[in-house]
Ligand binder design. Sequence first.
Ligand code: SAM
Length: 191
Amino acid sequence: MEADRIKWNQRYSGEEYLMGLLPSRFLTERIEQIKTLCPGSRALDIACGEGRNSIFLAHNGFQVTAVDISDEGLKKGRRRMRDEGVSVNFSAVDLEGYDIVRQYDLIINLNFLLRELIPKEVTALNQDGLILLETILDSPKLPGIHTRRYLLQPGELRRLFNREPGTILEYDEFPDNATPTARILFQKRLP
Ligand SMILES: C[S@@+](CC[C@H](N)C(=O)[O-])C[C@H]1O[C@@H](n2cnc3c(N)ncnc32)[C@H](O)[C@@H]1O
């Protein structure tokens, strides 16, 4: 949506990295498990922002496609990629109504929620491929004002993946964290 592009371009317009330089902790803590379980090295970073997680995956041997609506975020990702001597295919995409056309071995979806995309992510995975997803959970502890449709409700993430063909390898909710989140590591297994 154009309004999202404008909003995120403004947020990313400063020199500093809004989301920081370090990759997601969930991703860094699970990277060895991911490398062991993943059937191949093709990865997709959904709503990659400034590319901190895409670049981490590229350093870990993945061929990464990274999509986001914000060209300012993508610009910073490309600059960092060149500075660090890795390769990521950064691409401007509006994920609303988007169909994932290629197949991947790993899809990461961090700090972004579009419920309609989850079944499409599973369809776009190769057999035994993985999805790692973590995003904000609605909780009385959640600071600030949030749009409800961007927040997971308690138990919702598990329900969304219970419908999909595969195994939930890990599921957690952290309602008492400073930023409450829910997270999942899912492996596709077709019958
Ligand atoms: C909180 S940031 C997360 C960025 C990244 N995943 C990370 O963890 O560093 C949310 C991202 O979603 C992107 N976004 C919002 N709406 C979008 C849409 N309709 N299509 C594609 N990206 C979108 C924003 O541009 C922003 O980069």
